[in-house]
Design a protein around this ligand. Structure first.
Ligand SMILES: Cc1cc2nc3c(=O)[nH]c(=O)nc-3n(C[C@H](O)[C@H](O)[C@H](O)COP(=O)(O)OP(=O)(O)OC[C@H]3O[C@@H](n4cnc5c(N)ncnc54)[C@H](O)[C@@H]3O)c2cc1C
Length: 388
């Protein structure tokens, strides 16, 4: 049983403790780490999460099915941490409902919110967030995909790569160059329905911990002007503000993986007989367990500090970057130590720690690689110093 003492920290209110307890019980009965066909498993998970009411937390605005007027960061972090502890695919399904529709929550008009958010909150529509391209990942401002105004329509041309939910999404929030200014100031965001002519799935991409992922191609893809989110040239801000919410939740998902790995390590270390004692009786093992437990708590402190500060209305660029960097990097180390404690069993395909070993890897890369977080933290630290 995972340590739950962190729920007593002052970052949380009673409603958060209740949410965690109810979700943990629900997840135990409703999700498993094993699944068959990936696409159907994702759709089923979204439907189940929606029917149970959990997706209400992934959108903002009670008029559009949201649990709160704005997204409560502590709630989505607790949801992701808890789901990730049970099943990475359940966490993925939940996370994408939020990330994919986050720009609509932040910048959608009433009509857009009514049309898209209500279905996302009920688990009836799957969204996707299409920012990255083959030639522009970390360097978002190098984006090449373009949207040219032609009468009452924008015409999209270009490619998007590494798009989670690609191939199964019902709509995509697509960022494209509209050219109001050079670089980051010349981008805009659009909602593109999956069945829009000119949008095709160019390639499905398989990764070490499978989830639906694709490269998209836009060829003479026409969307009405009303599909734009916010105003022309606002795209970079829309993308960064969306990531600012969900970056902290990536840290929370890593925390869920790390807690699961620590539980598995404790289970093995306390039962495995070796040299006439248990593996946990050796001080070398205890050093590992101490390091793992401390890493988990350090990550949790940074994650929930960032979530709590955002819920108090503060800007959390620095805090979210610290949480994401620390939680993803240290979860990789905690999981690696769990594999070591399990010995040969730890590398057998589909053993829980072997799965975690693959599942954590991409989190150190997406939504800003560790090096990007380091740059953000350094920039913010230098700025604070220079401002005295
Ligand atoms: C499983 C998965 C799911 C994803 N889902 C989505 C999605 O839904 N939507 C979406 O838009 N994108 C998605 N992405 C894309 C993801 O955001 C990019 O992979 C990420 O931004 C890195 O871009 P890149 O892969 O082009 O690597 P590059 O930008 O080429 O970077 C390669 C490496 O360079 C290093 N690096 C980066 N910047 C610096 C620097 N300034 N100094 C030194 N080193 C640096 C980092 O180690 C980085 O990993 C996903 C990626 C993966 C793997």
């Amino acid at each position: 049983m995972s340590d739950k003492s962190y729920l007593e920290w002052p970052f949380f209110e009673e409603r958060h403790r209740k949410l965690e307890a109810e979700l943990d019980a629900w997840a135990r009965d409703n999700v498993t780490a094993e699944h068959g066909d990936l696409d159907s498993a994702c759709r089923e998970l979204v439907a189940k999460l929606g029917a149970a009411g959990w997706l209400r937390y992934s959108v903002g605005g009670t008029a559009y099915g949201g649990a709160h007027e704005t997204i409560d960061t502590r709630s989505i972090c607790l949801l992701r941490e808890t789901l990730a502890r049970h099943s990475s695919l359940a966490d993925f399904a939940f996370a994408m409902q939020g990330l994919g529709s986050g720009a609509v929550t932040l910048y959608g008009n009433d009509e857009q919110k009514r049309r898209y958010l209500t279905r996302v909150a009920r688990g009836e529509a799957l969204p996707a967030f299409a920012l990255s391209e083959p030639g522009s990942g970390s360097d978002v401002a190098a984006m090449a995909c373009s949207a040219r105004l032609d009468g009452d329509h924008y015409v999209l041309e270009g490619e998007k790569s590494w798009i989670s939910n690609g191939g199964i999404a019902d709509f995509y929030v697509v960022f494209a160059r509209t050219g109001e200014a050079p670089g980051a100031r010349g981008l805009s965001a659009f909602i593109v329905d999956a069945d829009t002519p000119g949008l095709e799935i160019a390639e499905r991409i398989e990764v070490i911990a499978p989830h639906p992922l694709a490269r998209l191609r836009f060829t003479d893809c026409r969307v009405p002007r009303s599909a734009m989110l916010g105003t022309p040239g606002l795209g970079f801000k829309v993308a960064m503000q969306t990531l600012d919410i969900f970056r902290t939740s990536v840290a929370a998902a890593s925390l869920g993986f790390a807690r699961h790995a620590l539980d598995e390590a404790l289970r093995r270390a306390t039962t495995r007989d070796m040299f006439q004692q248990k593996l946990a009786d050796f001080q070398i093992t205890q050093v590992k367990l101490a390091q793992m437990a401390t890493s988990v708590d350090s990550s949790a402190l940074l994650t929930y500090r960032a979530a709590w500060r955002r819920d108090q209305g503060h800007k959390v660029t620095r805090e979210a970057a610290m949480a994401k960097m620390t939680a993803t990097e240290s979860a990789q180390q905690v999981i690696d130590a769990a594999v070591q404690i399990w010995g040969g069993c730890g590398v057998v395909s589909n053993h829980p720690v072997e799965r975690l070993y693959r599942e954590i890897r991409a989190l150190r890369i997406y939504e800003g690689a560790t090096e990007v977080q380091q740059l953000i933290i350094a920039r913010q630290t230098l700025k604070a110093y220079e401002e005295g």
